[in-house]
Design a binder for this molecule. Structure first.
Ligand code: AMP
Length: 451
């Protein structure tokens, strides 16, 4: 399959060539074809599969054939859960549409609304937005949806996780009934199917990565170590292996700050990225990391969502996540686009349960090592062979009540509605439930890059 065969026009093919893509990924072949046919799409595809181009390229194709946009109107809306993902998708839209007369805009919270309102005055063929800020813009009459043709929900499961369900429903209610709907989600939980029911009509469904499968190109390893020795072991690993670019995950924002200070004091250039940081400093930290000006980016799960770094070689779980699915998302940051990556987890005795849960989810026992000089005093109990996954139980009805904020971004398994995204940074949303069962209809290849 080639991009030419898929029916994309020359300005788009040229942009693809300039990006250096030689062939479409499986998600792209399926999605481009379906979208160009005018069909709704429901796709299970994670970040790293090439899904952004999968929906952006055919959207650009369709929009380039249509009429010019009017002031404050939007022809295609892409909703994303986080600012980082919104920025990233918006950059892709610009790159793929650079040879077309297509106007795009991006809107997310945590920064001033006025420049976004000004930008929307002339209308946007494509608007990439986070739900909270989009509602604010709508309430201030900065955006109108009467001429909307296409709606994309990107990382829909994340949006539900982050408690955006009410905003999403409100937004959908504002859109014209006749439109094309594209839903991309890493998982197809009950919640997602429920959301899709009232939204998607006769969709083309496909799945490119078996849910919770970890990429084969990622070498996974565990170092058992005492909790208080973890910072020292991490700085030793970075220094002795001469790691140039490592993404480190902590569970809390305070933990990310502490670890960043420790690494800096050990002579390792490090920056933290989490929800208490301003949007400006998050953007700067990410840019510095991408340009190899800092060696270690210390991130919480929420802040790291949507971070897409080509050829990121190392991911470290400084602490294991409470939600086992997050392990898969975290290590999915490396070993992408066919590159080989390494995921190292520092595991202490307190984390035995999280480890068992992760190994059960991925149906694989992770190889353990002990680093000389960092032998744990408190042994991590053996996890044994992972138990088989249970079939999923039906869900209880959803709650829609906002919860209170706390410092931890992951004090409990993620059913809370805490969001970093919120309007003016307030971040309060109603809760939604996260689906946890394996995707039974997940199909085809474990490597999204196979042809
Ligand atoms: P995504 O899943 O959309 O976040 O894309 C993951 C990464 O794959 C991005 O860095 C894209 O630039 C890259 N990518 C997307 N499509 C292709 C392709 N057809 N060939 C090579 N790389 C691609």
């Amino acid at each position: 399959m080639t991009f030419e065969n898929l029916g994309l026009s020359q300005p788009i093919l040229q942009a693809i060539e300039e990006k250096g893509y030689t062939a479409p990924t499986p998600v792209q072949s399926k999605s481009i074809d379906a979208v160009l046919q005018g069909r709704d799409v429901m796709a299970a595809a994670q970040t790293g599969t090439g899904k952004t181009a999968g929906f952006t390229l055919p959207m650009l194709e369709l929009l380039s054939r249509g009429q010019r946009i009017r002031g404050n109107h939007v022809r295609a809306l892409i909703l994303t859960p986080t600012r980082e993902l919104a920025m990233q998708v918006s950059e892709s839209v610009k790159a793929y549409g650079k040879h077309l007369p297509i106007k795009s805009a991006v809107a997310f919270g945590g920064v001033k609304i006025n420049p976004q309102m000004m930008r929307l005055r002339g209308g946007a063929d494509i608007l990439v937005a986070t739900p909270g800020r989009l509602m604010d813009l709508y309430q201030q009459n900065a955006v109108q949806f009467k001429h909307l043709e296409i709606l994309v929900l990107d990382e829909a499961d994340r949006m539900l996780d982050m408690g955006f369900i009410r905003d999403i429903k409100k937004i959908i209610a504002l859109l014209p009934a006749k439109r094309q709907n594209l839903l991309f989600s890493a998982t197809f939980s009950e919640d997602i199917r429920q959301l899709a029911k009232g939204l998607i009509h006769d969709p083309i469904e496909f799945s490119v990565t078996p849910r919770n499968a970890t990429a084969k190109s990622v070498a996974q390893r565990i170092y058992t170590v005492d909790k208080k020795r973890k910072p020292h072991l991490l700085s030793f690993l970075i220094g002795s292996n001469n790691w140039k670019q490592v993404l480190v995950f902590t569970r809390t924002k305070a933990g990310a700050n502490r670890l960043t200070r420790f690494l800096e004091e050990s002579g390792i250039k490090a920056l933290a990225i989490h929800g208490n940081k301003s949007q400006g400093s998050r953007t700067k930290a990410l840019a510095a990391f991408k340009e190899n000006r800092v060696q270690a980016l210390v991130a919480t799960d929420i802040a790291a969502r949507g971070i897409d770094i080509d050829q990121l070689p190392h991911v470290v779980n400084f602490e294991l996540p409470h939600v086992p699915e997050d392990y898969v998302h975290r290590i999915g940051r490396t070993g992408r686009a066919g590159a080989v990556g390494e995921a190292v987890s520092l595991v202490c005795a307190d984390e035995a349960k999280q480890l068992v849960d992760i190994e059960r989810l991925i149906q694989q026992q992770l190889p353990r090592e002990v680093m000389k000089g960092f032998e744990p005093v408190h042994a991590v109990p053996e996890s044994g062979a992972p138990k088989p996954l249970k079939p999923k139980k039906p869900k209880k009805p959803k709650r829609d009540k906002p919860r209170s904020a706390d410092d931890s971004e992951q004090k409990r398994p993620r059913r809370s509605g805490r969001s970093e995204q919120g309007r003016s940074g307030s971040g309060q949303r109603g809760s939604s439930q996260r689906g946890s069962g394996a995707n039974k209809d997940a199909s085809t290849s474990s490597s999204p890059w196979k042809k």
